[in-house]
Design a binder for this molecule. Structure first.
Ligand code: HEC
Ligand code: HEC
Length: 369
């Protein structure tokens, strides 16, 4: 840590406080809650890795677009090369409206509307930034840098003495048998008949705030999809259209897929961070967004789960590969010369216009955009 005279340190602190009065009021505790909006894409703390966005440890004092090993947009890299350094002021401007400040940033986030949220989230991020977190400590203690909050909270890895690890019995003696806990953590699939459902429950009303906090940045407040992120609701009666809109309500056959998918894979970039009750509540909320229930007090639980039917279920068939006619007949599939008679070319890609002719050509390509 740099040593510098008390008065100079205080002057620096004073200046910072003057330049950004709102940050001085920031509440790191409240900021931790705001950060949930960011956590889908950003990690902080011990061992934080890049996700959809770069990790944000030591973001105060970081030159924009400079975190090692992260692939930024050209816009962000150029902003950094142009001298943009993240501090309370530049971060406040960016977080209010990312795309206004850096045209072409690939951060798909509309911005924080409330000044308080910005001040609080910055206070929270500051606890993960050495540069600023250590400065006040240096003033008090003279020289010893004090560990930042996250470093203090770091949990020591527990010694694995009591684990009994079974060696592999395989021919090469490699690896070991999976432990029951490891299998349990991996074996989480939920089937249409309810097999695999965990204990738990949640209502539509409970699901809404969880959705707004963890999902709406990408999927929109009502599942309408922000930007080009997937749409989760609507699309009823579009399956016969040229461009069907396939959603949970219009297309998916089983509610178990919603539960399983959300629990396994969402929020994107922060998978497995939700409790089972959260997933029940979110599934109930997604039913509500798709007009499958209209009561906000509707509670979905392990007990009533299989009584729910999605509108499009009847258009799917269970295919167990044993009773399904084609396979059940046990016919050997044809692997060569399957088409009787000579093969005739009936159309060419160029003629039916699916071959792109060149970049920027308005008429190039077929129906795919
Ligand atoms: C949907 C994903 C997403 C969300 C949500 C999101 N970010 Fe980002 N963020 C990104 C991406 C992607 C980048 C890289 C931008 C680029 O290269 O143009 C980024 C860049 C940044 C940067 C610049 C970092 C650097 O190294 O230059 C900061 C600071 C930042 N985000 C803060 C936040 C905060 C704080 C929030 C929550 C209030 C947030 N972001 C929410 C995806 C996201
Ligand atoms: C950072 C953006 C992001 C966030 C936040 C996010 N998702 Fe997603 N979600 C995606 C992407 C991307 C896909 C498509 C993934 C794929 O196809 O591999 C997806 C797919 C889905 C799907 C399947 C849609 C379909 O029709 O195929 C569901 C359901 C879903 N998300 C629910 C949620 C829920 C519930 C949350 C909140 C707990 C959430 N997502 C948070 C980005 C996000």
């Amino acid at each position: 840590m740099l040593k510098f005279p008390k008065s100079a340190a205080l002057a620096v602190l004073g200046l910072t406080a003057l330049a950004t009065p709102s940050l001085a009021d920031g509440d790191a505790g409240a900021g931790e809650k705001v950060f949930k909006k960011c956590a889908a894409c950003h990690a902080v703390g011990d061992g934080a890795k890049h996700k959809v966005g770069p990790e944000l440890n030591d973001v105060f004092g970081r030159t924009a677009g400079s975190a090692e090993g992260y692939k930024y947009s050209n816009a962000m890299s150029e902003a950094g090369q142009g001298g943009l350094v993240w501090d309370a002021e530049t971060l406040s401007t960016y977080l209010a409206k990312p795309k206004d400040m850096i045209k072409g940033t690939k951060m798909a986030f509309a911005g924080l509307k409330k000044d308080d949220d910005i001040a609080n989230v910055l206070a929270y991020l500051k606890t993960f930034s050495q540069e600023t977190a250590a400065a006040p400590a240096a003033v008090e203690a003279g020289e010893t840098p004090v560990e930042t909050a996250d470093a203090g909270a770091a949990v020591e890895a527990a010694p694995a003495a009591e684990m009994v690890v079974e060696k592999s019995q395989g021919a090469f003696g490699l690896g070991r048998k999976a432990m029951p806990d490891e299998i349990a953590a991996w074996d989480i699939d939920v089937r249409p008949d309810g097999t695999g459902l965990p204990e738990g429950r949640g209502t539509v009303a409970e699901g809404e705030p969880i959705f707004v906090e963890n999902c709406a940045v990408c999927h929109g407040d009502f599942g309408e999809g922000a930007g080009r992120w997937p749409v989760l609701a609507g699309g009823q009666d579009t399956l016969r259209n040229d461009r069907p809109e396939k959603t949970i309500g219009s297309y998916w056959p089983y509610l178990s897929t919603v539960f399983d998918y959300v629990r396994r894979a969402m929020p994107f970039g922060n998978a497995r961070s939700l409790s089972d009750d959260d997933v029940y509540a979110l599934t109930a909320y997604l039913m509500y967004l798709n007009d499958i229930v209209d009561d906000e007090e509707f509670e979905l639980s392990k007990e009533n789960f299989t009584s729910v039917r999605l509108p499009n279920e009847a258009n799917f068939i269970p295919d167990d590969r044993l009773s399904e006619p084609h396979y059940a007949k046990g016919i050997e599939p044809c692997m060569s010369d399957c088409k009787p008679g000579p093969v005739k070319i009936t159309a060419r890609a160029q003629v039916i216009d699916v071959t792109p002719e060149g970049e920027g050509d308005e008429n190039s390509g077929g129906g795919i955009d």
